[in-house]
Design a protein around this ligand. Sequence first.
Ligand SMILES: [Zn+2]
Length: 309
Amino acid sequence: MSPRATYNNVLYEQNDRDRRKQAFIRKRKRKRALVILSFFAVVLILLLIIILLLINFIKKKYAEHVEAITYKDYVGEYHDVWLVDNSSRPGLGSGEAFFEIVDTGDKTEVDLKALKYKDIIPGSKGLVIVDAGHGGYDGGADGNGVLEKTVNLEISYKLKEELILRGYTVKMTRPDDEFVGLTQRASIANAQDDPVCLISIHQNSLEASEGAASGMEAWTYRREGCEELGNTILEAACKKTGAKNRGTHFRTNLVVTSRTTMPAIIFECGYVTDATEAAKLADPAYQEKIAEGIVDGIDEFKISYYGGE
Ligand SMILES: [Zn+2]
């Protein structure tokens, strides 16, 4: 071996060692990069999972919230709704109207009832006083298992709802099954600001010795507007229910008609002593018809007595 050859050999070996060393370093760097990369990948995946879980959680919370406000809370209530003209609801049009929120059976959807009143502005027609006769220890007439005070309150509430849906506001003199004195009822009515009228809801009865009777009648006082109110409501309510119109009568001793200042009537919806009529009076569908008929009459009376629309 020449010295030169040895030198070359040494040089070669050194180069080879450097190369191997660098290769090792590169390999180590790659390995480290891979480890760092995997670490970040794992972190990223974990972050993604957390974000997805968070989105899901928020979505679920939001869905619960939407369900709560659209379904659970408002069903059966009446709300002022702003409608946008929508092709999926043809004929509804757009604008503000008053609707009952009704259950569609779907867990998250509600629907709107009372489309026939879509042009009505809530509260625009004035105040009507609804007086549910009797109450508390005063049961009123009783016949065929129908107690007057109960039916009076049921019809009064249906009347209230119908009035609200048709653009009136309502004051009830007896909102519960409690006794309210007649003079107190008159005072409550007279304290109201400019009411359209007062409707006192009652049921009629007859002694067995007096024979048989059925149908609707109004009792009132000789005061401006009262007879007209009685006749108009009787005509409309009898038309709606098919009940017999027994006319408007006058009495001086009825406090809610004689001591009030607005047009007022006592409206006898029917006879609890007549078995067929008693069954009808206790039926929610018939009660609804009575309410609708009375409001038809109030609408007519409002135009004819006060003028305007
Ligand atoms: Zn009565």
